[in-house]
Design a protein around this ligand. Sequence first.
Ligand SMILES: *[C@@H]1O[C@H](CO)[C@@H](O)[C@H](O)[C@H]1NC(C)=O
Ligand SMILES: *[C@@H]1O[C@H](CO)[C@@H](O)[C@H](O)[C@H]1NC(C)=O
Ligand SMILES: *[C@@H]1O[C@H](CO)[C@@H](O)[C@H](O)[C@H]1NC(C)=O
Ligand SMILES: *[C@@H]1O[C@H](CO)[C@@H](O)[C@H](O)[C@H]1NC(C)=O
Ligand SMILES: *[C@@H]1O[C@H](CO)[C@@H](O)[C@H](O)[C@H]1NC(C)=O
Length: 337
Amino acid sequence: MLRALTVLSLLFSKSPQPSGGLNITILQPDVPFVPHPHPLPGAASDSKQIIRQFAELDRSTKWKLVDKVQFEGDTYEPEGIVRIGNDRYFVSAGEYIVPTVKYNGTINGTDRTAGEGFAHMIIFDGKGKRIADASISQAKSLEYHNGGIDYDGTYIWATLSQYRPNTTGTLVRMRPDTLVPEPILSVADHQGGAVHDTKSGAVVTLNWGSRKTSIWNGHDKHLAPPKFTQPRAVVRNPSSFIDYQDCKFLGRYELYETRPVMLCSGVADLANTRIGGIAIVDMETMVPLHEVPVTLVSEHGAAMTKNPMDVAVVDGKMRLFFLPDERNSTLYVYEAV
Ligand SMILES: *[C@@H]1O[C@H](CO)[C@@H](O)[C@H](O)[C@H]1NC(C)=O
Ligand SMILES: *[C@@H]1O[C@H](CO)[C@@H](O)[C@H](O)[C@H]1NC(C)=O
Ligand SMILES: *[C@@H]1O[C@H](CO)[C@@H](O)[C@H](O)[C@H]1NC(C)=O
Ligand SMILES: *[C@@H]1O[C@H](CO)[C@@H](O)[C@H](O)[C@H]1NC(C)=O
Ligand SMILES: *[C@@H]1O[C@H](CO)[C@@H](O)[C@H](O)[C@H]1NC(C)=O
């Protein structure tokens, strides 16, 4: 707990250095992080079309690979992606320096050692060339795991958490042109992804394996450590089909009785079988409203939906963007046939 306190106070301290946990390498100095004005998020700006086209998919859907982009450099373990316009990809990724080690049983409520690492946010251009690579967690911070991300047109929302279940996390947001993580609130559980409902202002975060979702008011105050903010609601995920890894806010449409919905992808390991899938999920109840299995694999053999996913409509067709492989990643872009 002492170490956790130190980390939280570092994260929240009003140090004169605005860049807190930011340690950034700029690889293309003359290229802006993001074009101005900032492009809209693909998911939310075309969500009506996305929801209509997604609702047509089923188990027999055939997928066509329409593009493949090799991303430059070490991508660590990619966790989340947002595509901002057609020439920028922001990828959250975990660099693990000291691996976690499983305990024999439960100690202090969790099942493994803390390990050590850095949470990264890496910016790529449309051809996969790196523009910048930032580590957005402090050196030695316990909370070095950056999960699934969402872009709302102004901010990228993310969570920095301990890389083990039943621990702590911090909801952060950052502007794509600075990548400076702004702590919003601290949570008394690991959080592996964040989604911003721009219509209600609510933020939804998913815990380890997305087994529970926490719903936050847009105006929650973060409390001085060691206090944690209590969510407005915690909802148990009623679906055991897959664990959601990366989700994007879509909006509210008649098809789903104007309930707030997000698109989520992920995998689950059941017996000796890994299954993947994508779902439109009700953000208030976690009930999947339409879901399809995805059996695609990368050239390196990774399940396509294992890591980041984003969605956009290009030339009238819904495109899904996946970044399944660790360390050396290729972006795979698919359309339903
Ligand atoms: C469990 O928590 C106690 C009290 O905070 C701490 O002293 C101890 O080191 C922790 N054990 C492990 C294995 O982290
Ligand atoms: C784990 O705990 C069990 C029961 O206490 C014990 O039988 C087993 O040897 C332990 N395993 C290790 C690797 O310590
Ligand atoms: C986390 O906590 C929950 C509820 O207290 C418990 O059911 C679960 O087994 C814990 N998970 C681990 C990995 O310790
Ligand atoms: C900056 O981040 C890299 C990891 O990408 C790490 O090796 C280095 O130690 C960090 N520097 C500081 C001052 O935290
Ligand atoms: C990365 O993977 C590609 C194939 O997807 C391969 O051609 C390339 O040599 C690999 N690069 C490294 C650095 O391993």
